[in-house]
Design a protein around this ligand. Structure first.
Ligand code: SF4
Length: 338
């Protein structure tokens, strides 16, 4: 269960307290990762009791761990009964990435995506996003590990819930709180042009990823209906503006689907689009969520070689949590209320 503790609401409780108490409360939640106000030893007992009564901070979720133990998926029930999923991916060298959801379901209906089948229920509040991160921060604390990266690649389109997504990032970035550096956040968007333009002006050095998945509008429209509103050229114009403003690299995600978008011609057309030296491509093997099959690994290798020959920087994403349906495009908690 996510309790949706509203920082602004419970900050009010501190109005009658000396100023430093608020700092102590933030430290307790975000740095000491307490699960109950009674653990906040720096706060007076009466205040702790009042906080526990009015703003309990326990967060519970059902967890599923993959066979290789590298992926944990958490299923949260929100206070209105909707459910969302969040995934923790544990990489080598103690790198721990949390993939958070920004909406309950998604309105964009991409054909390869399980979340799309849920339809759209509602946007998540900033606190519901933060609590997904806090849940896994507490989970990792047991092994003396920390979250090193937060990516908005779970359920929903982050730029359709811009304010809450940026609000959550700013709170998690706060030096007196969770203190996760801006460069450790990534937002993945289908290419909502208004969102790309807005983020270009934020004074936040977060990473931007574009879900491209096809090198031409005709094919992309088949996979992603939103391409009708935001065709590739318009998206790239907005991304160029972002790159000019921020001088940051931008990742273009490309799901490799067998016999659909993985031919030599597709690779060459994709290379044509990737002329900006700050662009790079991330190839992702498609997960079987319905009608599509993943490209053969030999095909992915050849596709990658063609891009590299054309001077494009290419990375390949390791598939996490396939067996627990925690991989890209597989998140689909029951969106219906309990
Ligand atoms: S891929 Fe992303 S944008 Fe598309 S339907 Fe799924 S969650 Fe929404």
């Amino acid at each position: 269960m996510i309790f949706s503790m509203d920082l602004i609401q419970f900050q009010r409780l501190f109005n009658k307290e000396p100023k430093y108490r608020w700092g102590q409360a933030k430290k307790a939640i975000f740095q000491d990762l307490i699960q109950d106000w009674q653990e906040a030893a720096t706060l007076p007992l009466s205040l702790r009791e009042e906080l526990n009564r009015k703003y309990p901070i326990g967060i519970s979720a059902k967890t599923f761990v993959s066979e290789d133990k590298n992926t944990t998926k958490a299923l949260f029930a929100l206070k209105d009964g909707f459910k969302i999923e969040t995934v923790l991916m544990r990489h080598k060298k103690k790198r721990n990435t949390v993939c958070v959801s920004s909406q309950v379901g998604c309105p964009l209906n991409c054909s390869f995506c399980a979340t799309a089948k849920m339809g759209f229920k509602r946007d998540l509040e900033a606190w519901e996003i933060i609590e997904q991160v806090l849940f896994f921060a507490r989970y990792l604390k047991k092994n003396k590990e920390k979250i090193t990266n937060v990516v908005f690649m779970g359920m929903g389109e982050p730029f359709l819930n811009y304010q809450n997504v940026i609000g959550a990032i700013k709170i998690l970035n706060d030096k007196e709180g969770f203190n996760l550096g801006a460069r450790h956040f990534s937002i993945s968007t289908v290419g909502i042009v208004e969102g790309i333009r807005k983020i270009a002006k934020e004074k936040l050095q977060i990473n931007l990823a574009i879900s491209l998945h096809a090198p031409d509008d005709k094919l992309r429209l088949k996979l992603m209906p939103i391409n009708k509103k935001y065709p590739i050229k318009e998206i790239l114009n907005a991304v160029d503006g972002y790159v000019n403003n921020t001088r940051r690299r931008v990742m273009f995600e490309y799901i490799m689907i067998n016999d659909l978008n993985d031919s030599d011609t597709h690779a060459k057309s994709l290379a044509e689009l990737m002329k900006n030296p700050l662009y790079f491509v991330n190839l992702i093997s498609c997960n079987q969520t319905g009608i599509f099959k993943p490209s053969l690994s030999s095909r992915i290798r050849e596709f990658k070689e063609i891009l590299e020959k054309e001077g494009v920087i290419v990375t390949q994403r390791y598939r996490f949590g396939k067996d627990i349906k925690g991989a890209c495009g597989q998140l689909a908690a029951e969106g219906e209320k309990k």
